[in-house]
Design a protein around this ligand. Structure first.
Ligand SMILES: [Mg+2]
Length: 414
């Protein structure tokens, strides 16, 4: 069978670049987009080249960046503007294929297989030029036969570059890279790998699938496939990255839950990941559903309408928690819990649903939750956490977003 032609397009320093477009004077000073609602110090979300040269790092506290770079200009994030540019870029990609899958706000996979122009490098170069001319932004593009290598490629050279990882060069290009460059290999996994002497992607391939399965379970098999270029996950069709009627998450707790506090911590964690996935897919839920299973394996489900169609954890979590507690009996031990957002509608099609003051508050909450999404997208699901989730770390130290994205569709079934 012929190889697929897959591109991964990554917009470079996306937030900072969009800000410099609006205010070109920012190009001449070190500047950073920084969100402060998350904690009292605030964190750098993106920086421009001058700030980078001064040592400013994405993800660090503002006070630390200021120490390195006293005249750093700080800009609050303007998500609606970023979304606008993100959408325009996606429309442009759509001219080349109907399979465009967004990964966060500034990255997309494109599958050109079977398209009129399926020369990966040529299309990558056209897109790179067009984004520069038509949007005034730069992208880096990776081209390969699978999503994982394409993503690796876009990281290899940036800004404003195209990197091809082909059947003839992948062992030279990919194998020497550190294993943590592989999508989904987080710090915990890479520590574990280092302990057995595996430092590179080539090293992962060398130890083989069976060994990795023993070490990591079924995830080990996908790690091997990712490393060896065997990933077969598909690029989703445009506009339906999540072709779903509902978005849910459930978890079997590390120990049975029987106190209100534990149940609340887990419920909020689940609701948080569900709402984050709603935002990523541009959907809002009208109904929340909970499911529980106790130690005797009795299943139980209930659902309730939400006051507004919503993407907010702040609205989904309390309702889910209420449903659970209404049906929880003293002395019951819960083994697994699920929260599901149902009755979905496209968020962009929602009109104002409530009084102005209410709506302002909801809007602010949405911005805050989006900021948290961004940080988690970049630094892992545990980088920003609710106070309540710290109550019992053994219950909530699952990197739940990661667990959701770790298995590309097709690997472990739907
Ligand atoms: Mg980027």
């Amino acid at each position: 069978m012929k190889d697929r032609v897959i591109l991964h397009v990554d917009q470079n320093s996306f937030y900072a670049s969009v800000e410099m477009l609006r205010r070109p004077a920012l190009k001449t000073v070190p500047c950073a987009v920084a969100g402060d609602p998350v904690n009292r110090h605030g964190i750098v979300l993106a920086k421009n080249q001058l700030a980078k040269q001064a040592g400013v790092k994405t993800g660090e506290a503002i006070w630390l960046s200021r120490q390195k770079c006293p005249d750093l200009v700080l800009i609050p994030p303007d998500y609606s503007r970023y979304l606008y540019y993100s959408r325009i870029a996606r429309e442009l990609y759509n001219e080349y294929t109907d399979r465009v899958e967004a990964f966060g706000i500034d990255e997309c996979w494109l599958d050109l297989t079977g398209c009129p122009n399926d020369d990966g490098f040529a299309v990558a170069e056209i897109i790179r030029e067009r984004i520069k001319n038509e949007l005034g932004l730069t992208v880096s593009v990776g081209v390969s036969w699978n999503k994982i290598y394409a993503k690796l490629g876009s990281d290899l050279r940036k800004p404003d570059a195209t990197t091809v990882i082909s059947r003839s060069n992948y062992q030279d290009v990919v194998y020497p890279l550190p294993s943590e460059d592989l999508l989904y290999v987080g710090p915990a996994t890479s520590r574990k790998l280092r302990r057995i002497g595996v430092r590179t992607i080539g090293g992962l391939v060398k130890v083989g699938p069976e060994f990795l399965r023993v070490l990591f379970g079924v995830v080990g098999l996908s790690l091997y496939a990712f490393a060896a270029g065997l990933d077969t996950s598909q690029v989703a069709k445009s506009g339906r990255e999540v072709p779903v009627k509902s978005i849910g998450n459930s978890i079997t707790a590390r120990h049975d839950l029987h106190t209100e506090r534990d149940i609340k911590a887990v419920t909020y964690m689940l609701a948080e990941s569900v709402s984050s996935r709603l935002r990523i897919s541009g959907m809002a839920a009208r109904t929340v559903q909970i499911s529980m299973r106790d130690y005797e394996l009795h299943n139980f489900e209930r659902q309730a309408p939400l006051r507004f169609a919503t993407q907010l954890c702040a609205e989904i979590a309390p309702e889910a928690f209420r449903l659970i507690m209404d049906n929880f009996q003293e002395g019951q031990w819960i083994r697994s819990l699920g929260v599901r957002a149902c009755n979905l509608v496209q968020a962009s099609k929602l009109n104002q649903q409530s009084f102005l003051e209410d709506e302002k508050h909801r809007e602010a909450t949405l911005r805050l939750e989006e900021t948290i999404d961004t940080l988690r997208g970049r630094y892992g699901g545990l980088s920003v956490r609710r106070g309540i989730s710290l109550a019992d770390r053994s219950l909530t130290e699952h990197d739940i977003r990661k667990e959701n994205v770790i298995h590309p569709v097709g690997f472990f079934g739907p």
